[in-house]
Design a protein around this ligand. Sequence first.
Ligand code: UT7
Length: 319
Amino acid sequence: MHRSVIAGTGAYLPERVVTNDELAKRIETSDAWIRERTGIRQRHLAGPHETAAMMGAAASAAALKDAAATTRDVDAILLATSTPDQAFPATAVRVQAELGVLHGFAFDISAACAGFVYALSVGDSLIRTGQARGVLVIGSEVYSRILNWRDRTTCVLFGDGAGAVFLRAEESRERGILSTHLHANGGLGDILYVDGSVGQPDRPGHLVMNGKEVFRHAVTRLAEAVDEALAANGLSRTDLDWLVPHQANMRIIDSVGRRLGLPPDRVIVTVDRHANTSAASVPLALAEARQDGRIRKGDLVLLEALGGGLTWGSTLVRM
Ligand code: UT7
């Protein structure tokens, strides 16, 4: 049976690091408030040359190298972003050109912070149905360009970066993506959104969030999502080796970890150093934990994310 195996992971973070104290010089906030409410200590912010395509291509090149794959192995490129370089062509197509991939197809997926989990589900489907044997799945974001830097309730929470995985079709009963579950509730579109777009005259748009409401839904929906993933696979909480959660807020991450009965050292955390990088947060965390040797071949890993839409979902994978 064809399974989508995560054969390689890669990451790119902008060079510029901005601490909470640096932000506190420009806006009315403090390191103590940001740390206590969110766990964030710093974030990477993109320079002018660092776009979603540029960062996505860099993370993808690293993922291909990690998988010992070449551009000839890439049949499809799926890129999750809410901050594309242009309305079109898709940022995924820009990445295709940047990498020098000369065949196959590429498109973007828009599901805010759940974008990577959505893209992984589509990539897995392409492999299972035989439409592709090698798929790059990328999350790449430059939220610094859609933040309202005068709104302290949102601008301290986000950072920029990109993460990528290379999915390879393998005949395997053990390894690979075991399940994906996606959800959306458009009725909650007004609690986290961007108030403009390239299609609107004179309104590029800024991120707007009702943090308390999003927090409340995140804790409930993500708890349901992890239970759903385990039940669908006939697994129990003790079978899990790692949780790789969306990195929005340490308090949300802790609550999902507790729900799963996982000790904190089995939960991958990057929010302290990356802040919330939206669709890039899960692949960045996964890449870090694979690169430093924590997540190993054979480990059972649960990925989950929730974001604007609302959109949310999970992926259960045997590495
Ligand atoms: O990735 C997509 C999903 N997004 C999320 O999951 C985010 C979910 N939400 C959250 O993480 C939290 O709701 C926040 C971190 C955004 C906010 O935490 P909170 O505990 O809900 O704080 P709050 O909004 O209730 O604000 C508490 C106080 C307010 O002051 P008053 O009204 O109590 O006097 C705010 O004005 O903190 C004030 N405040 C700040 N103070 C210093 C808000 N932002 C700041 C700030 N610095 N940056």
